[in-house]
Design a protein around this ligand. Structure first.
Ligand SMILES: O=C1O[C@H]([C@@H](O)CO)C(O)=C1O
Length: 438
């Protein structure tokens, strides 16, 4: 859980010389969104592993590019440290984005939240979505951008409003019933004073449990004309992943096809390359679940799930479809949003749907014309998301929910392909588990 402890940043990849973007802007700015907890990740991990389970709860603040505010009146015991909870402390100055009237800004917005699904908004300004996870998007305009942990977007925003005032930049939690405690920054029109707060109240958050606008925005993201990578027309293998919340020996877990993921001590790549067959479970986890009989609107009937560190072996260069199927958690009438993130590949997003994926009819509705390629994608409450990718990158790759505590609780799988094509592994990476002395 190092990311939650602050180990993160952005890498911006430029274009090769002589190439230009298919959209125009004057300035480029980077905005990282995050959520912030007062408990350390170690304390969180201890609670998540406890019997009875102690959930991490909602974050204490939302950060916009590293800056946030804590509502001090929410402390049950007032802080004795006068330096803390002091809004005049320079550390409490919110994020400011200074813009020149009339200019267009490309904002590279990314979310590295440990839990929260966010809605990002700039009061009074439209956002034109032009890029997602490094791929150009057929442009579309939104009032607020829904962004899930692990995703990156570029939006264009034009400073075309009344320049005599400043405007709120906000992030709000959606998809969970969190207290209304938005992340707040300020869009400052030059040469207004950068400390001047906007005269308005910040824009209202979207209704947290209305998943329709989120689903609609997910479906609106298509590859830009002229930049479409056409997916293979058919796949060689279809894997359906039922996402459920369960228990294992009294511990709360997440599982995929009733298998909750555990990490082996020996790194997979080394174990595979050196044929260390005792390093992890050699039985592959299942490719599906009982989709005819399983009721996704009920709690998992088998409260006691299984666990494994087994992996999915993919034929090199094969085309794989993955259907992520969401379901009810252990709480009645509750299903959550999960941003699934794949290492080592980009996948085509073929479709999203509500309810149970119908494997006889839903594939006919796949978008094979202009699907966006991404590496992180939401699975909406009680919904499904269909992906396709080429298993063309030799190695062992994690595919997991980007919510840090959900991965910790077992919500992930590992794909491996083309291991024979991986070159000799350096001795400097040896040391863990059974790799000592290799
Ligand atoms: O993993 C989770 O556990 C809690 C809750 O389901 C516990 O009952 C929650 O909101 C999660 O996302």
């Amino acid at each position: 859980m190092q990311r939650d402890s602050g180990l993160y940043g952005s890498i911006i990849v430029g274009l090769p010389d002589g190439e230009s973007e298919p959209f125009a802007y004057d300035y480029d700015r980077n905005i990282i969104l995050n959520d912030w907890y007062h408990n350390s990740t170690t304390e969180q991990a201890v609670g998540l592993s406890k019997v009875p389970f102690q959930w991490i709860g909602e974050p204490q603040s939302l950060l916009i590019h590293g800056r946030g505010r804590f509502n001090c009146s929410s402390l049950s015991v007032p802080s004795s440290d006068p330096g803390l909870c002091n809004t005049t402390n320079p550390d409490c100055i919110p994020f400011r984005l200074i813009v020149v009237p009339g200019k267009t800004y490309r904002l590279r917005v990314s979310s590295l939240t440990s839990l929260s699904a966010l809605s990002f908004q700039i009061e009074g300004h439209k956002l034109t979505v032009v890029e997602a996870d490094g791929h150009y998007v057929e442009p579309f305009v939104v009032q607020n951008l829904f962004i899930y942990s692990g995703e990156t977007y570029s939006v264009l925003v034009k400073a075309d409003q009344d320049p005599t005032t400043n405007y709120w930049i906000t992030s709000n939690i959606v998809s969970r019933p969190a207290p209304n405690n938005p992340g707040q920054g300020v869009l400052v029109y030059y040469p207004n004073h950068p400390r001047r707060s906007p005269p308005t109240i910040p824009p209202a958050a979207p209704v947290w449990n209305d998943s329709r606008p989120r689903m609609a925005q997910s479906q609106a993201i298509k590859a830009r004309r002229g930049y479409i990578h056409t997916p293979p027309a058919v796949s060689d293998r279809v894997i359906v992943f039922l996402n459920t919340q369960n228990e294992l020996n009294g511990r709360r877990r997440w599982s995929v096809n009733n298998v909750s993921f555990t990490h082996p001590l020996t790194p997979y790549l080394i174990a595979l390359k050196h044929n260390l067959t005792h390093a992890f479970d050699q039985n592959p986890p299942p490719d599906g679940y009982d989709f005819l009989n399983y009721d996704i609107y009920e709690r998992h009937p088998n409260a006691n799930t299984t666990s494994s560190n087994g992996i999915y072996r993919l034929n090199f260069n094969s085309t794989v479809d993955v259907i992520l199927q969401n379901a009810n958690t252990m709480n009645p009438n509750n299903s959550e949003t999960h941003p699934w993130h794949l290492h080592g590949h980009d996948f085509w997003v073929l479709g999203y749907g509500e309810g149970k994926f119908d494997m006889f009819n839903d594939p006919n509705k796949y978008n094979l014309v202009n699907p966006i390629m991404k590496n992180t994608v939401p699975v909406h409450p009680f919904g499904w998301t269909a992906l396709r990718f080429k298993a063309d990158n030799p190695g062992a790759w994690s595919f997991h929910c980007h919510i840090e505590s959900h991965l910790f609780m077992g919500m992930g799988v590992v794909f491996a392909e083309g291991i024979e094509k991986v070159g000799k592994l350096p001795s400097s990476i040896m040391g863990c588990g059974q790799t000592q002395g290799l």
